[in-house]
Design a protein around this ligand. Structure first.
Ligand code: IVH
Length: 688
């Protein structure tokens, strides 16, 4: 496949090194062909797990399509594979009424109630029936509408009657087909399923959030639903969500069986679990439950039970619904996994931002396939609520959470009462009295200038890949350098000479030179990343970029007050407060000064700045429609470069709408009602 593509491209290569298409028709054909190819390879990769081309080849096809689409907006298609990268436009979600209400399922934890369900169905139907047993995916539900084989809408469950239209976000999920395969799908139907965040993605996301001092997601379910509700679909695209479909609705479905309909869905390109089984006896149902109560621990995503559904749609209709849930289905929930073990000690960890986390040290115990020795106790309130004593036999659970937690004490097993666990009052590392802010659960050590784990944590963050990317230094080297007294803050790194390092244990000339070379190289890191590397609370990589672009230099940023900071798109009070607080500490301004002297860049580079003005200062601008001369992202960048603000929805404070072809009808109507000006692409460019 790829060979043909190469041949075609090189066949039409011009002196400009761009593929040329002989006739206008070729462009349209090539776009259609690329879309078809990309949809197919996407399906091979994300659903069949059997890629036929390399990532590099896939990216090349995608790039070619992106370029063609940009040059030829007349062939625009909202379901093009290029739409999966998401747009960085912010938008409020529109609420949409569900055509069929999204009901929930009756829940049970007991096999006895499964037997009751089975008997009820048997009595009511009084004929043979099959029960479809499937996994209960632990994510967030979604309803997808397809018309003529194309995804037209994706809506969350909401209150069951109406939900949020999250189509743009769902389009970034690679396992959701934008265009169906084959031809035998109904002209219109809905398919429902669960949006999931696989364990591996969840763990990576949480460790990034921890690095940036952001709050962690408790479990993949919260992470999936939080991600689906993000306003910026380009961030959603990066989170690598997945989706399994488990329920089809419509007037003209291909079969009477629920299972069979899903087999059809799989042929059209949907991701359908291959773990589903049809059972005819209660024993078969129990076997399915027992098997997956163990096997689910090996699955790459979270499940919290099994769903049992009467297979025939005719029989489902006969059984009907109660006001809340169908009579033809029930969910059996797995018990959260629990173990009992002894609490030996509570120790305390100090993070880079000074937050002190209590950790329970336990007798090792087997739980969900791993040996647990430590569990998080989160904060002082939780310790108090559990009334913990050293030596207590405690319940440890993993549930949907990745870090095991202590959920209770087996009071009966208390035979001698150990010492009561009381949250420490001084920092375990530097002995400073701990502080707890009004309304916050966490205690923190305020001695940021001298508390060793905070200092080391900040240096580790500074050298990390996403920050200054000083590859020659990892956490162990930071520990060595700090313990030997060679460095006490990030600016000290730039004073190191190879000869200083040679004094360290196990350090050879080559490694010493390597480390210093890595540090020197970091002088080329752009200001946006330097700002992130400083480790200001709540200033992650994206926020740092925004702040750097808005203020251009560190001096401007340091001089900014809360009002100026919150005037920047996406910067709220919490971030603004944290920035002001950071620079109000003298040691931080001294640090910035020392880094400046070392040659670190604290100004946004000229390339980024080129063409900047304040021609649009104070203007709120909505972008809508399809453009010919620049992409939406380019227009967004232009607005920001010229001091304007790009907003998602039209309101009376909107200055004007930058409108391309096919502007959204609801935006147009609102603009006319509010008297907001509509500016064409050419008029806008002339303005600048
Ligand atoms: S069927 C009317 N099947 O569980 C029946 N739901 O408590 C519609 N869920 O909101 C749902 N896995 O988010 C069904 N295999 C599965 C499921 C499943 C997870 C979720 C779904 C639903 C909730 C019901």
């Amino acid at each position: 496949m790829f060979i043909i593509y190469c041949f075609r491209r090189s066949n039409f290569v011009s002196s400009h090194d761009e593929p040329q298409y002989e006739f206008a028709m070729n462009v349209e054909q090539r776009i259609a062909e690329l879309r078809e190819l990309l949809h197919r390879h996407n399906h091979n990769y994300y659903i069949k797990n059997a890629p036929e081309i390399t990532d590099f080849e896939f990216d090349a096809l995608m790039r070619e399509l992106q370029e063609l689409e940009e040059k030829h907006p007349e062939y625009d298609d909202p379901n093009s594979p290029t739409r999966r990268v998401g747009s960085d436009l912010t938008k409020d979600f529109v609420q949409v009424a569900h055509k069929y209400p999204m009901l929930s399922l009756g829940n049970t934890y007991s096999k006895g109630e499964v037997a009751d369900f089975y008997e009820r169905v048997k009595r009511a139907l009084n004929e043979d029936f099959e029960i479809c047993c499937e996994l209960k995916f632990d994510g967030t539900s979604i309803s997808l509408t397809y018309e003529n084989g194309r995804l037209v809408r994706a809506v969350t469950r909401g209150d069951g009657e109406k939900g949020d239209d999250v189509t743009a976000n769902v389009k970034t999920i690679r396992s959701v087909p934008l265009v169906l395969s084959g031809e035998d799908y109904p002209a219109e139907f809905e398919i429902r399923g669960e949006v999931l965040m696989p364990w591996s993605v969840f763990e990576q996301l949480n460790s990034e959030r921890e690095e940036q001092g952001e709050q962690l997601f408790a479990n993949p379910r919260n992470a999936a639903s939080g991600t689906l509700k993000l306003q910026d679909s380009s961030v959603v695209a990066k989170r690598r969500l997945d989706a399994y479909l488990y329920f089809m609705l419509g007037e003209e479905l291909p079969a009477d069986g629920h299972f069979e309909n899903l087999q059809w869905a799989s042929k059209w390109g949907f991701k359908v679990s291959d773990t589903t089984r049809k059972c005819t006896t209660l024993q078969e149902i129990y076997d399915f439950i027992d098997y997956f109560d163990t096997a689910r621990k090996e699955l790459p995503f979270a499940t919290d039970g099994v769903v049992l559904k009467v297979n025939s749609l005719r029989q489902q209709r006969n059984l009907g619904y109660t006001s809340k849930s169908p009579r033809w289905a029930i969910a059996y929930k797995f018990q959260a996994e629990k173990a009992v073990t002894r609490l030996n000690e509570v120790t305390y960890q100090v993070g880079r931002t000074g937050v002190v986390t209590p950790v329970a040290n336990l007798d090792p115990v087997q739980l969900s396939g791993t040996v647990v020795k430590r569990a998080s106790l989160h904060n002082a309130d939780i310790i108090e609520k559990l009334d913990l004593h050293i030596g207590d036999m405690v319940y440890v659970e993993k549930g949907g959470e990745i870090i095991p937690k202590i959920t209770g004490v087996d009071v009966e097993a208390r035979f001698l009462l150990g010492e009561k666990v009381r949250f420490i009052t001084r920092c375990p590392a530097c002995d400073a009295p701990l502080v707890r802010n009004e309304g916050e659960a966490a205690h923190f050590c305020p001695n940021e200038a001298n508390c060793p784990p905070q200092i080391k944590g900040r240096i580790e963050h500074y050298v990390s890949r996403e920050a200054m990317n000083i590859e020659s230094i990892g956490p162990e080297t930071v520990e060595l350098l700090y313990n030997s007294g060679l460095i006490n803050n990030i600016a000290d790194l730039y004073r190191l000479e190879p000869s200083d390092l040679l004094l360290l244990p196990r350090m050879g000339t080559k490694s010493a030179e390597n480390i210093v070379a890595g540090i020197r190289e970091s002088l080329n890191v752009p200001f946006e990343r330097v700002l992130f590397a400083l480790g200001i609370r709540f200033v992650g990589a994206t926020v740092a970029k925004r702040l750097a672009r808005a203020f251009i230099t560190i001096d401007n940023l340091m001089a900014a007050g809360i009002d100026e900071l919150t005037a920047v798109d996406e910067i709220g009070e919490r971030i603004a407060g944290s920035v002001v607080e950071f620079f109000s500490h003298e040691e931080n301004s001294t640090l910035v000064q020392a880094l400046k002297e070392a040659g670190i860049s604290f100004v946004v580079a000229d390339e980024v700045l080129e063409g900047k003005s304040d021609k649009l200062a104070g203007k709120s601008i909505v972008i809508s429609g399809v453009f010919e001369k620049h992409s939406r992202d380019e227009y967004k960048e232009m607005i920001e470069k010229h001091g304007g603000k790009n907003v998602g929805s039209v309101s009376k404070s909107t200055s004007f709408i930058l409108a391309g072809a096919n502007m959204g009808p609801s935006k147009l109507e609102k603009a006319q009602k509010l008297g907001v000006a509509i500016v064409s692409e050419d008029e806008f460019l002339a303005m600048l």
